[in-house]
Design a protein around this ligand. Structure first.
Ligand SMILES: [Zn+2]
Ligand SMILES: [Zn+2]
Ligand SMILES: [Zn+2]
Ligand SMILES: [Zn+2]
Ligand SMILES: [Zn+2]
Length: 361
């Protein structure tokens, strides 16, 4: 079915839908029916918009630029956009005569001294820490960790597991029985678990090497620099709203199965002349060429749709559209019926409120 169905075809489909086929009925309907054409439109314009930019670029040395296209004047470069304007495309180019190799200023020979350990590979650390059990506050109720008769200072030992933290043990500092914390036996401090009392540990940032590989030059010490151009094609999609009135919500899903007509236009093509006039005007109003627009894909899908009102059918209107090889008829409640239903609903609600008021007294 190439064109929109004729009035005769539409009325024949409605007559058949009403179970009264035949030419006589069609003729009778023709006298009472009102047909309005409301073709449906689904149209999306996708523009491929081109932008060009230049900037200084650099990559770690031995970076291969041989595959990149070269240019002298970026604005004059003849770039082909993507075949499909809906695709995003980025083209990286190299300006001739700008490629050079320079040493990296962020490092020495590709290495950077570790900032955490200053290149030593070791991090300083306290050799002993307050006892985790008594926090060096209640190490010994007698000497408080200061010792007594003993002359030699007592060195901390590794922290020990304490089953009963409140229990007191003999103090190794002042040698008083039953006065000391079980975690440190009165010492107040235990050996630092991080460095085992050595006072330093392997730097966790550089792993003890004292340096790290430079991220800027990837450890090569050299950079390739050049002036680079970028030509970007970005798709911008725009939905063209269909002409009013749009089909009722109840109908829209049914229309998916209709025999839609499709057209795809490129930048230099105009919409086909046989499109409904209402479609032509909304589409043409939006076909202005935008800044940077280098390609375009206009997808037009439209479906002939007729709305049929019949005098004797005040409660329904009939929508007719091509589907498969024939015409489909979908009845939709008329505005008259919807209004009446609303009036009935309002009346019911009023009655209910009245009943409730009476009941409440
Ligand atoms: Zn003590
Ligand atoms: Zn303790
Ligand atoms: Zn330590
Ligand atoms: Zn380090
Ligand atoms: Zn470097």
């Amino acid at each position: 079915m190439a064109d929109a169905p004729s009035d005769e075809e539409i009325l024949a489909a409605v007559a058949e839908h009403l179970g009264r086929p035949g030419p006589a009925e069609r003729l009778r309907l023709a006298g009472t029916a009102r047909i309005s054409r409301q073709p449906v439109l689904e149209c999306t314009i996708t523009r491929s918009v081109e932008t060009r930019a230049e900037r200084e670029r650099s990559e770690p040395a031995l970076f291969d630029l041989s595959r990149k296209p070269v240019y002298e004047d970026l604005d004059a470069y003849d770039a082909t956009g993507p075949k499909d304007p809906r695709k995003h495309q980025t083209l990286e180019l190299v300006q001739t005569g700008t490629v050079r190799e320079v040493s990296c200023v962020k490092c020495t020979g590709g290495r950077q001294q570790c900032l955490k350990c200053g290149g030593r590979g070791l991090t300083r650390c306290e050799p002993d820490v307050p006892c985790p059990n008594c926090r060096n506050v209640t190490s010994c109720t007698k000497c408080r960790g200061k010792g007594g008769s003993r002359r030699t200072p007592v060195k901390p030992v590794p922290p020990r597991k304490v089953k009963r933290p409140g229990e007191r043990v003999d103090c190794v500092v002042c040698e008083t029985p039953g006065t000391a914390c079980p975690g440190c036996e009165g010492r107040g401090h235990t050996l630092c678990p991080k460095c085992d009392g050595r006072g330093e540990y392997t730097c966790d940032r550089c792993g003890g090497k004292g340096h790290s590989t430079c991220g800027t030059c990837a450890g090569r010490g050299l950079l390739v620099k050049w002036r680079g151009g970028t030509i970007t094609h970005t798709p911008h999609a725009e939905r063209v709203p269909g002409p009013e009135p749009s089909p009722p919500l109840l109908l829209r899903r049914r229309l998916h199965g209709g025999a839609w007509r499709t057209h795809v236009l490129s930048l230099d093509q105009s919409p086909p002349e046989d499109l409904p006039a209402s479609h032509l005007s909304v589409i043409e109003a939006r076909l202005v060429r935008r800044e940077g627009e280098v390609a375009r894909r206009v997808s037009i899908k439209w479906l002939p749709l007729a709305r049929v009102e019949i005098e004797e059918e005040v409660n329904r209107v009939f929508y007719v559209f091509p589907e498969g090889s024939g015409l489909s008829v979908v009845p939709v409640p008329s505005r008259h019926r919807v209004k009446r239903a609303a009036v009935v609903a309002a009346a019911c609600l009023a009655a209910l409120v009245l009943v409730l008021i009476v009941a409440a007294r």
